[in-house]
Design a protein around this ligand. Structure first.
Ligand SMILES: [Zn+2]
Length: 156
């Protein structure tokens, strides 16, 4: 697949040390369009949409924000969420986007207090707006399989 200049610019911003220390791509050499297409296909094969999963994470972020760094129950008490904010914002790595997200980590635990998932507001944005779950091997990738299982656990 031929790389276009916009894709190359976005890709450069995803390299380690550009916007974040670890970057967004891990060990994934595939073109961004291929990464996105493969993950989108997996979500759709499960009968869900990128929009549903991204909106779900954004909703959890809003719920967590309301707790002012305390732990807040969500999804009928099946989980609790807590947001740890750091000062500042981070730009979306997609150059055509222009959005910024607050720097924060939202930690999700089950009712027994076991860690289930951590995500950032940027992760939720990347999934919802770009269908981008990050490259394979990225420490912050939450792949479709894991996210779908989490979504079903919360909604089921
Ligand atoms: Zn964006």
């Amino acid at each position: 697949m031929k790389k276009n200049p916009a894709e190359q610019q976005s890709r450069d911003r995803m390299e380690p040390g550009a916007l974040t220390i670890e970057g967004f791509l891990g060990t994934d050499d595939r073109p961004l369009a291929d990464i996105i297409a493969a993950d989108t296909a997996e979500v759709e094969a499960a009968g869900l949409t990128i929009e549903e999963l991204g909106a779900f994470l954004e909703g959890l972020h809003k719920t967590a924000d309301a707790g002012w760094e305390g732990r807040v129950p969500a999804c009928n008490g099946k989980i609790t969420v807590r947001s740890d904010e750091t000062l500042g914002q981070i730009s979306c790595p997609f150059t055509s986007c222009g959005d910024h997200c607050h720097k924060a980590v939202i930690g999700v635990k089950d009712a027994a207090g076991n860690d289930l998932l951590e995500f950032t507001p940027l992760d939720a944005h990347l999934i919802r707006k770009h269908g981008f779950f990050q490259g394979k091997g990225s420490p912050y990738r939450i792949g479709p399989k894991k996210l779908i299982a989490f979504y079903r656990f919360c909604k089921g």
